[in-house]
Structure formats: C-alpha cells, structure tokens
Design a protein around this ligand. Sequence first.
Ligand SMILES: [Zn+2]
Length: 71
Amino acid sequence: MNALERWRCRPMQVRILERCNECGELKDDVQKRVNRWPNVAALSCAKCFAEMTANAGDMKPTAFVRSREIS
Ligand SMILES: [Zn+2]
C-alpha cells in the first residue's frame, strides 16, 4: 500500500482538541461554558469550569480575581 492509499484508508475518527483558557492545556472537552449562578462564562475544560464556578460561588468577584493572579 502506498502512502496515498494509506492516507485514504486512515481512521476517520478525529479528536478535536482545543486549548482551555484556564489551564492552557489541549483537551477534548473544551467548550464555551456558561453558568447562570454564580455568573461565569468561559472557554474551558469541564474540570476548570467546575473550579471556576465553585470559586465564584465562594468569593466576591474582586477576591476571585486576586486569588487567580496569585496562583
Ligand atoms: Zn482547563
């Protein structure tokens, strides 16, 4: 089988990886996520978004921003 035939027969399953804005990693569950309360919107993976919404619920917005700058 030559290279062109191998290319045509390649597996069609494609993993789409996007970069999470929070952790900066390429993951396949990164998407635009919106949370109503606490109000959080971000392009991030599920893990980061869960942390963001948890943090936003615990803290005032200013404290939330400061803690992110420190970490
Ligand atoms: Zn992430």
